[in-house]
Design a protein around this ligand. Structure first.
Ligand SMILES: NC(=O)c1ccc[n+]([C@@H]2O[C@H](COP(=O)([O-])OP(=O)(O)OC[C@H]3O[C@@H](n4cnc5c(N)ncnc54)[C@H](OP(=O)(O)O)[C@@H]3O)[C@@H](O)[C@H]2O)c1
Length: 234
């Protein structure tokens, strides 16, 4: 395959922010995307825009629902006999000052979307990925979850913990799938998306570009954390 031409991609959280920007780039390069969103109206609007660029197939999925990852995987296997890229991008972040402010309900909800759903998607789609062309998994994490950040900042602890866990999950899957599927973690940067807020220095398109860069790394790179194409510490 030439670049991303003809690549079959599953991208979660394609309806806005980093996912939407990354989708635009990969579609323009000739890839096909099954893209998920949680809100029907937002996904419909994004689908209209993305289908003007290329082959985009929307799938509604609310990862608060434990059956959503297996339902997405069923849609993928109904469409394609193999998968080249799984981009686990969807996440929630509800900023609170500390654990007491966040409480246990939020802890459960964020773990479901930010950790269990990506893990379960890998679990269900690994068979199709192993049949893909130089297959890759990218787990979108955050600098907020690296070890140094945990030592110095304790706000939004649930989000930080989910992203820290995503690092461990990435390393474990990379070890399991070595030589079969490249598995890496991306920090897209602090960006002016709904999640990043208006004070962020970057724009959503920067995150799309960093997704493109990590997906363009040599396929042999695996089990690492990247800011675009620059390696960073877990
Ligand atoms: N923005 C930043 O500054 C920043 C920094 C570091 C890391 N990140 C990471 O980058 C990734 C993308 O973030 P973003 O800034 O683009 O976020 P965003 O603009 O808030 O978009 C979030 C996306 O995830 C989907 N989503 C949210 N909750 C969901 C749920 N429960 N089930 C299914 N889908 C759900 C949303 O779908 P709907 O539109 O349907 O709600 C949307 O497509 C995330 O993993 C985030 O942690 C972002």
């Amino acid at each position: 395959m030439d670049g991303f031409q003809g690549k079959r991609i599953v991208l979660t959280g394609a309806s806005r922010g980093v996912g939407f920007e990354a989708a635009k780039l990969f579609l323009a390069a000739g890839a096909e995307i099954i893209g998920t969103g949680r809100d029907p109206e937002r996904l419909k609007k994004a689908t209209g825009d993305l289908q003007k660029i290329g082959k985009f197939y929307p799938v509604l999925a609310d990862f608060d629902n434990p059956t959503a990852p297996s339902a997405v995987a069923a849609e993928v296997s109904a469409r394609w006999p193999a998968l080249d890229m799984l981009l686990n991008n969807a996440a929630v972040q509800t900023y609170k000052k500390d654990w007491a402010g966040e409480g246990l309900e939020l802890l459960n909800q964020q773990w479901r979307c930010n950790v269990f759903a990506p893990h379960e998607l890998i679990f269900h789609l690994v068979g199709l990925l192993e049949k893909g062309d130089q297959p890759r998994i990218v787990n979108v994490s955050s600098g907020a979850g690296n070890v140094q950040a945990l030592r110095t900042s304790s706000d939004m602890p649930t989000y930080r913990l989910t992203k820290y866990a995503m690092g461990g999950m990435t390393i474990l899957w990379a070890t399991t799938l070595k030589g079969k599927v490249a598995v890496n973690c991306l920090d897209p940067g602090w960006l002016k998306t709904d999640l990043g807020g208006p004070n962020a220095p970057g724009v959503p398109a920067d995150g799309g570009q960093r997704m493109w860069e990590i997906c363009s790394l040599p396929w042999t790179e695996t089990g690492k954390f990247w800011y675009g194409n620059k390696e960073i510490s877990f």
